[in-house]
Design a protein around this ligand. Structure first.
Ligand code: NAD
Length: 361
């Protein structure tokens, strides 16, 4: 079967890291019997330069016709002074909205070889493998009414609304249970049900859903405790599911447990399982064009694409093993290097992962 992929390199280091992903895809085609038909599209600053808009209609059409999208990164100082609607980052928000990507998956995976890069003690984080699922299209970031009003006494008042419909909670809840089933079968639902009505409804819906997933162990945790537990004993978690604002904060906290932004992949999924996959980091304009970018977050995003959109669990595991193998060999891009490591360029790292994949047959 041939899968249609849309590649969106974007700006800064985006084209460099996507070039390494293309090498990996070529290897999966040549040596592992997979079929890919890849289109390329524009998003972000390069799209503004070429079309005047950060998300051309053609990119959305190409994405809709694809089975999955792989994105590099967008943005850079060249476009920072533009009006808000003409910022590269608008392209990112636009494509998430256009494709209905409501579930954001952020794994925090710490390869044992990089345990010393974390600010936490090695024994607390070595071998960490947790997944945070954040609801991405609802909650306080989108709720109405919102705004800043001037009151009769002349003072100002800011307002945002946290709102979740039952169906929205059920949709992300099912995603959590389904994904927990494919991992360690433990799902922790994070809320603030001791204070917030939206959270009380959230907890009620999650508890009801649990009856349909008897093979998954559901637990509930208040968000303040979850923040503490993430830094105290993060390995207690398998899959965490939570609403938009809590997930925004907790996923960044979990990301830092792993020590390097160059290692973190992500996925955003819609109801059909279609997904947009991208590294968590930005376009790193400070190192663009210098062959210093770490491509591993992007290659791990390809592994997520294989797992969540193409159902290729085994091949996804192999890609992750290949990344582990190059780290065991001591190869490091500058961002994850410590004294004594072998420093490699972006392309050397990509080549090494492909070689490790070929060796693991
Ligand atoms: P950034 O993630 O681009 O860079 C932060 C630091 O991490 C920099 O020192 C950079 O060199 C380093 N870094 C990032 N990725 C790396 C990699 N793969 N290998 C080695 N080092 C890496 O964040 P920033 O500097 O705040 O933002 C730069 C631009 O990226 C801005 O225009 C911002 O809006 C944009 N941005 C885009 C996305 C996205 O496309 N998803 C996300 C965040 C920021």
């Amino acid at each position: 079967m041939t899968s249609k992929l849309l590649l969106l390199p974007g700006d800064g280091i985006g084209p460099e890291i996507l070039a390494e992903a293309e090498k990996l895809l070529a290897c999966l085609q040549a040596d592992f019997g997979m079929g890919f038909e890849c289109e390329r599209g524009l998003i972000g600053g390069c799209a503004i330069d070429a079309t005047g808009r950060p998300l051309p209609d053609e990119t959305v059409s190409l994405a809709r016709a694809a089975d999955a999208v792989l994105l590099g990164a967008v943005g850079g100082p060249k476009w920072d002074q533009g009006p808000p609607a003409l910022r590269p980052e608008r392209g990112l928000l636009g494509i998430r909205k256009a494709l209905g990507l409501y579930a954001n998956l952020r794994p925090a995976l710490l390869f044992p070889e990089l345990a010393s890069a974390s600010t936490l003690k090695s024994e607390v984080v070595a071998g960490l493998d947790i997944l945070i699922i954040r609801e991405l299209t609802g909650g306080i970031y989108f709720g109405e009414p919102r705004g800043v009003d001037t009151l009769p006494d002349g003072s100002r008042e800011g307002r945002n609304t946290m709102v979740y419909g039952e169906a929205e909670i059920e949709r992300i809840g099912r995603t959590g249970f389904d994904i927990a089933r494919r991992r360690g079968r433990r799902l922790c639902s994070v809320d603030k049900a001791n204070v917030l009505e939206t959270s009380q409804l959230w907890r009620e819906v999650m508890t009801r859903l649990a009856a349909e997933y008897p093979d998954v162990e559901l637990s509930h945790m208040y968000v303040d405790n979850a923040a503490m537990q993430l830094v105290r004993a993060p390995k207690q978690f398998d899959v965490v599911v939570t609403e938009n604002l809590f997930g925004d904060i907790l996923s960044d906290c979990a990301a830092m447990l792993t020590g390097s932004i160059g290692m973190l992949p992500s996925a955003s999924l819609n109801e059909t399982g279609f997904g947009l996959y991208e590294p968590v980091h930005g376009s790193a304009p400070d190192i663009a064009g210098q062959h210093k970018a770490n491509p591993l977050a992007t290659l791990l995003s390809v592994a997520m694409l294989l797992r969540y959109s193409l159902g290729q669990q085994d091949t996804a595991d192999r890609v992750e093993r290949a990344v582990g193998s190059v780290l065991r060999q001591g190869l490091r891009t500058r961002d994850i290097a410590v004294t004594g490591d072998t420093l490699v360029s972006t392309t050397m790292m990509g080549d090494a992962v492909v070689a490790a994949l070929r060796a693991d047959v």
